[in-house]
Ligand binder design. Structure first.
Ligand SMILES: [Zn+2]
Length: 146
């Protein structure tokens, strides 16, 4: 009667049972610009260009989908440092305008550039550890990658 499929479509406790990946170590390795699986190979081939695969363990990096998240996170992090500091200095000391141009702006620029690659590596490490997008080896084939 039911000729649609012989594969059960019911999710059970064992359906998704796969080896757990350590999220924190993968994120730390990504923060250092290293492969989230082995921690040895380089994650980036350029400043923000993720390499195609790990040179040591051959992990395929192409399934990552960091997109704009690292930039948003850097804005949040740097903004939470710069804005309270500027408010504190401006309300208590009222420095001249040139002070803002020689301190706040360079700090914001340098901090943003310094954090972009580590934050992107952290996001890629998180995606790998959580088997997001194409990092899941056992993903059902009928679900297209996002
Ligand atoms: Zn590796």
């Amino acid at each position: 009667m039911d000729a649609m499929s012989t594969v059960p479509k019911t999710w059970t406790r064992d359906t998704g049972s796969v080896e757990k990946r350590d999220v924190w170590s993968a994120m730390k390795r990504g923060f250092r610009g290293r492969c989230p699986r082995c921690g040895q190979g380089k994650l980036f081939r350029a400043f923000l260009k993720v390499d195609d695969h790990c040179s040591v363990c051959r992990l395929d990096f192409t399934p990552h989908r960091a997109d704009d998240l690292p930039a948003y996170l850097v804005i949040v992090i740097v903004g939470h440092i710069v804005v309270p500091t500027v408010l504190l200095i401006e309300t208590n000391y009222s420095p001249p305008a040139w002070f803002a141009f020689v301190t706040y702006l360079p700090f914001t620029l340098i901090a943003s550039l310094a954090l972009l690659q580590p934050v992107k590596g952290t996001v890629v490490g998180l995606q790998w550890a959580l088997r997001m997008h194409g990092f899941d080896d056992n993903a059902p084939s009928e679900i297209p990658p996002v």
